[in-house]
Design a binder for this molecule. Structure first.
Ligand code: FE2
Length: 647
């Protein structure tokens, strides 16, 4: 049962001790991120200081920059007063609701405290109050002992000025299939600046249980508050009444590309290829507070360099466990770490280069801390029937043409195809749990099966298309225009099958949705044919079947069944995420219960070979290499030894 009083006071005290109350915050302090660097001085200028008094003349730089900034302020000033809360978003995980109410920048006379109310017995009841944070203008709620067995209407209220109403959905655990809307890259260069009515209508018609924004919610770089509000207001009607995951990609942090190097300060050298964050830590933390506070608590919240936070964690939606990864934050940078092979340290064009020369010891992709989390997640099956990893970008370079059909690039170090050893480490852990993988970033929708030691032995990734693809087009276009090798893929698309990416990683292309037109300008002029839209992933917990669907942005009065991109839907089974070929099996073992977690451990290395939930009451566990093994089983974790055997 929901215990409002029990949690209200401790929760309020806990939060008040962490952040200043509204009365103690100077909401109009200029230079909210300091004055140390140009990045600091130029950060969030339209939503800080006495923003409402600023004119075009207050912004440095060229006329275009002055206009760009003033347009943002104009939107803030012209919003109806009762819309001062732009949107809310939330998750519930294991009995804890976390919810963010995102306000517009507020005027001095306007309230600075948000009250969270829930509908109980036909009446609104206030359950928590939180101050609006500055900078960022967000208010954050963490409510323990949440009754997740019922739908609960909620309302965030900014005094008497404004309110925002939504629904905290009940746990979807009674549904056989969990549906995820997978999206990314919401370019603002579009005819409709403040709405995405087409996308929201189409997404609502598919009624996802989870909305996943994989990154690049904001492309406004220095002006995050504006970009985040623009994105949230556009999608408010789909996120207000279902759980939402936001992961942060480069543009959200104000970067074109990002190699986080564990939170180092970047000088912005050669496109930030020197590694780290260009904007100050206080700006980075504001971005993360606004976009990710509502996620379940971080697995290990220990801050990284410069006091920058982390948010990687797990989220359970109705029996599907999602690992939420930060694949940019710990990643090594190219500049100084690998030989330079062209004018850009992050691009490789020479087909003759030595693939191993860029995979040097000491380079990180996910980082040790995050790999430890993934190992833990792979073996903890509490309340979980299936597993899915969510991250910003793909563990390969499944693209040939970048930015224009004339620009062929061999390898892009901004993808998770590099460093190759880090890529393989991450994929091996996902494979242990038979986890699928959803991501964004690339703008080009593809479904790829990763090869680790050989083709088709690793997990399957669905990279979603850009929501709006007007910034940077990409194309899957093999130079010889020939199908890949290996067993033929059942697809109407010509260029499917086994390929190597520009780092030498093995990939099997299953589907791709190329834009028709050739460069940014053409993409902007041709709304209906630029390969944008969103993905839908369905996870059937009863059968283990998975369906990946890919939808364009515009449906033109057609139904969902009529409009998917050629090559989709793609059907697979959970077991397809582990394509290793067994050399032997344990003899069949009857299990005390149905659908237990089964774990195989290599006794020589101590490593988990796999850990997943089986279907049924018996198993004939496969083994993939000679050695001594222990087979264990359990309900949530495999804690009981079933058998030990040498192969
Ligand atoms: Fe993007």
């Amino acid at each position: 049962m929901f215990k409002a009083k029990a949690f209200l006071i401790p929760a309020l005290l806990a939060v008040l001790s962490l952040c200043p109350a509204a009365a103690q915050t100077n909401y109009y302090a200029p230079f909210a991120f300091g004055t140390d660097t140009g990045y600091a001085r130029g950060a969030d200028e339209t939503a800080t200081g006495r923003w409402f008094e600023k004119s075009e003349a207050d912004f440095p730089g060229k006329a275009g920059e002055k206009k760009r900034h003033f347009k943002m302020i104009k939107w803030f000033k012209e919003r109806p007063l009762d819309k001062a809360i732009g949107f809310c978003l939330y998750t519930v995980d294991h009995g804890t609701l976390k919810l963010t109410a995102q306000c517009f920048p507020l005027l001095p006379k306007e309230p600075k405290t948000v009250t969270l109310e829930v509908m109980r017995g036909g009446k609104w009841q206030a359950i928590q109050e939180q101050p609006v944070q500055y900078p960022g203008w967000s208010a954050h709620f963490r409510v323990e002992n949440w009754d997740h067995s019922v739908d609960t209407p909620y309302r965030a209220r900014l005094g008497e000025l404004a309110s925002f109403t939504g629904l905290v959905r009940k746990n979807a655990s009674d549904k056989a299939t969990i549906t995820v809307a997978s999206t990314s890259c919401n370019s603002p260069y579009d005819e409709s600046v403040y709405e995405r009515a087409d996308l929201v209508k189409n997404l609502r018609s598919l009624d996802p249980d989870l909305v996943f924004f994989a990154g690049d919610q904001s492309y406004h770089h220095d002006e995050h508050t504006y970009g985040w509000l623009q994105h949230g207001v556009q999608f408010a009607d789909i996120i207000k009444d279902r759980p939402t995951v936001c992961l942060l990609d480069d543009h959200d942090y104000g970067h074109g590309n990002l190699w986080g190097e564990g939170g180092k300060a970047s000088q912005g050298t050669k496109g930030a290829t020197d590694g780290g964050f260009m904007y100050p830590a206080s700006f980075v933390n504001m971005v993360e507070r606004c976009q990710t506070f509502h996620l379940p608590d971080a697995f290990d919240p220990t801050p990284i360099k410069q006091g920058i936070g982390v948010y990687y964690t797990a989220l359970n939606i109705g029996g599907v466990s999602f690992a939420l990864l930060e694949d940019r934050k710990f990643k090594s940078a190219p500049l100084g770490n690998i030989p330079e092979m062209g004018p850009r340290p992050d691009h490789i064009k020479d087909p003759a280069y030595d693939r191993k020369s860029v995979d040097t010891p000491g380079l990180s992709l996910l980082g040790k801390r995050q790999l430890d989390f993934l190992e833990h997640w792979a073996t903890d099956w509490t309340d979980a029937q299936m597993k899915v990893a969510l991250s910003q970008t793909a563990f390969c370079g499944a693209v040939h043409l970048h930015g224009s059909k004339k620009n062929r690039l061999l390898a892009d170090l901004d993808s998770n195809g590099w460093p190759q050893t880090g890529r393989n480490k991450a994929l091996r852990i996902l494979r242990k749990a038979r986890a699928s993988h959803l991501c964004g970033d690339q703008h080009l929708a593809v479904v790829v099966q990763h090869g680790i030691d050989g083709y088709r032995d690793g997990p399957i990734t669905f990279t979603n298309p850009a929501l709006v693809n007007t910034v940077y087009g990409r194309w899957w276009w093999p130079e010889d225009e020939k199908p890949g090798s290996g067993a033929k893929i059942d697809s109407p698309l010509p260029w499917t099958g086994d390929y190597e990416d520009g780092f030498g990683n093995k990939i099997t292309m299953l589907a791709y949705a190329n834009p028709k037109h050739g460069h940014g300008g053409d993409l902007r002029k041709n709304r209906g044919s630029r390969g944008d839209g969103f993905g839908i992933a369905r996870f059937n917990k009863t059968t283990g079947e998975i369906s990946f669907e890919c939808y364009p942005r515009f449906w033109g009065g057609k139904t969902a069944a009529e409009v998917q991109y050629k090559g989709w839907p793609i059907s697979l089974k959970t077991s397809d995420n582990d394509g290793r070929k067994p050399i032997a099996h344990f003899p069949e073992i009857k299990l005390p219960e149905a659908n237990m977690v089964v774990q195989l451990i290599n006794d020589d290395s101590g490593e988990t070979v796999y850990c997943h939930r089986i279907r049924g009451k018996s198993c004939t566990a496969p083994v993939y290499a000679s050695g001594s093994y222990t087979l264990k089983a359990g309900k949530s974790t495999a804690d009981t030894i079933l058998a030990q055997k040498k192969f």
